[in-house]
Design a protein around this ligand. Structure first.
Ligand code: ADP
Ligand code: MG
Length: 231
């Protein structure tokens, strides 16, 4: 089943009043249970493509579909609902709220969706345990290392057991051991639970370890296939 689809999708940003293409034209189809790495040089459009799939930004042209729903046809409420219920997003800069503890940050997607707070807190502790952060649950983000914040952001993205997990360089701040824990977690989400996982990575070892690699260049897909194939 196709879970993510880009149909001639493109995104321009206005830079000093002039449109500049971050994503020129992308056609992609990603199935349920796939684990995909997006690679490419800095500025090639990886984050923008991930934001398009996550409904965080709307395409300038073409369409983006999540589980068959065309995001371009949705209003803000509809988009927010899909983002909250179907998509877990790990931002490149983590985006944890500084005034909340780690546990509160991780519980937030459930709380916002109406889960009773005790149940949300229990789920948050479970998600934190999965990324090795049980001992840090009561800390605020500024008391955490970059790697801990990154793992916290991953726990928050996974807490609602979203059909789609989109992660922007999710191991960028992690040491080798924690990077391996996170990749094992992503592998098991895709393999055992059928969740679709798309991650952006600069790490050649990670890119080579996943079943499918999409290489971006200049806002386009340059290569798409089994890891190890293509540039
Ligand atoms: P990557 O994640 O591959 O490094 P990005 O998707 O972040 O690339 O950016 C692709 C291009 O779009 C870059 O040239 C970048 O400067 C530009 N860009 C991204 N976001 C914005 C924005 N909000 N405003 C203006 N230009 C942007
Ligand atoms: Mg980026």
């Amino acid at each position: 089943m196709t879970v993510l689809e880009a149909r001639r999708a493109g995104k321009d940003f206005l830079v000093g009043g002039t449109p500049v293409a971050a994503v020129r034209e992308v056609n992609l189809s990603i199935n349920a249970g796939e684990l995909v790495a997006i690679t490419g040089p800095s500025g090639s459009g990886k984050s923008t493509l991930l934001h398009l799939f996550g409904g965080i930004t709307q395409p300038t042209r073409g369409a983006v579909l999540v589980e068959g729903v065309d995001l371009t046809g949705l209003d803000d409420d509809g988009l927010a609902r899909i983002r909250r219920r179907r998509i877990g997003f790990v931002f490149q800069r983590y985006n944890l709220f500084p005034e909340f503890t780690l546990e509160e940050n991780v519980a937030l997607p459930l709380v916002l969706d109406g889960t009773p707070s005790a149940r949300a807190a229990a789920a948050a502790r479970e998600a934190l345990a999965a990324v090795g952060l049980t001992a840090r649950a009561g800390h605020r983000p500024d008391a955490l290392s970059g790697g801990e914040q990154q793992r916290g952001a991953i726990a928050r993205a996974l807490i609602s057991q979203p059909a789609v997990v989109l992660a922007d360089e999710p191991t960028g701040a992690l040491d080798t051991a924690n990077g391996a824990i996170v990749m094992d977690l992503f592998r098991s989400l895709a393999h055992d639970r059928g969740q679709t996982v798309v991650l952006v990575t600069h790490d050649a070892g990670i890119a080579a370890s996943v079943p499918r690699r999409i290489a971006m260049r200049d806002g386009r897909v340059e290569a798409d296939g089994p890891a190890g194939a293509g540039p």
